[in-house]
Design a protein around this ligand. Sequence first.
Ligand SMILES: Nc1ncnc2c1ncn2[C@@H]1O[C@H](COP(=O)(O)OP(=O)(O)O)[C@@H](O)[C@H]1O
Ligand SMILES: Cc1ncc(C[n+]2csc(CCOP(=O)(O)OP(=O)(O)O)c2C)c(N)n1
Ligand SMILES: [Mg+2]
Ligand SMILES: [Mg+2]
Ligand SMILES: [Mg+2]
Length: 325
Amino acid sequence: MELKNLGEFNFIHSIESDTIYDPNTVVQGIGDDCAVYKVTEGYEQLVSTDTMVEGVHFSFQYMMPYDVGYRLMTANLSDIAAMGGIPRQVVLSVAAPGHIDTRILEEIYRGVKEQCQHYHVNLIGGDTVSIDGPMVWTITIIGEIPQGKAVLRSGAQPGDVVGVTNYIGYAATGLGSLSYNLDGYPMTRIGHQRPEPQIELGITLRELGVHSMNDISDGLSSELNEIAKSSRVSIIIDETLIPLHEETYKLAEALQTNPIDYALLGGEDFQLVFTAPKELSKALENLGSITLIGEVIEGEPVVQSVTKAKEIRLLEAKGYNHFHE
Ligand SMILES: Nc1ncnc2c1ncn2[C@@H]1O[C@H](COP(=O)(O)OP(=O)(O)O)[C@@H](O)[C@H]1O
Ligand SMILES: Cc1ncc(C[n+]2csc(CCOP(=O)(O)OP(=O)(O)O)c2C)c(N)n1
Ligand SMILES: [Mg+2]
Ligand SMILES: [Mg+2]
Ligand SMILES: [Mg+2]
């Protein structure tokens, strides 16, 4: 059925069941002017919002509707992970054209709810409006963090080591293989379609005492520059240490591109990049999913890298930019 035939109120009614995955914190969910939720004593509240636009953040050519919802939740959860926080509540706004088949919307919600269930997050409200254009999905997420413990971008200190979680450039490899219609990239395709936020690692890193952290939505170059600027420090990384998946090397070979660029400029990995006191190096490496790729030094707020050919180059704050010529 088309959305315009179902109507706004019936649509809301159709999605409001199965939205509460941590009932202890909810006083009022979907169904009133505001939602009402409880906060934990001794904790600070985190809030962040992220939007996904059809044609900009996703294409039904490369993703199933279920994946769109899944990744929308991941993008929002990832910002909570980047602070070392615990996700709690979300509200979701959708602008959709009247001719859309409601089965597509149901599938997107199924993806959203799957991630809500997995991370014990409640969907407590939202908004539904019509648009004469592409679909626009926005989630606002609320999380919690023990008082004074949020891991900021501004906490990096000279002498810190720089680390990343899992593989970088993974999602961009999957998207690249899809857009060039190349077979043989099963792992990274899932990385593009159904990425996971690093909630548990974010909490572990915060508890270990990392100094600064960011999630990778726009690309490693851009995120490292944000840390360098906020913290007023210089960062230097060794490009040969960046953990790339074998499918990234394979795609770079097939397309005659530099594999490192998928990591530096790709984005949407939703992995974490952080800096930590050198004394934590052993403990970090023992986690298994962390790679140390560089260090923080005193100096201008810039990021440099040592290339495979042992040359030093400046890594610009390039990555995904919504308004570039
Ligand atoms: N239109 C806006 N109005 C107010 N604040 C904004 C707007 N767009 C972005 N911000 C803020 O700018 C900062 C950087 O945003 P962004 O690059 O989207 O972060 P992230 O990559 O973590 O999602 C954040 O603090 C965000 O809340
Ligand atoms: C169809 C399609 N084209 C291109 C991309 C790549 N892409 C789109 S937005 C983006 C960056 C992340 O989005 P943004 O809105 O900047 O997220 P934020 O930094 O706010 O978390 C990337 C790499 C994609 N995912 N899908
Ligand atoms: Mg954002
Ligand atoms: Mg972020
Ligand atoms: Mg961005």
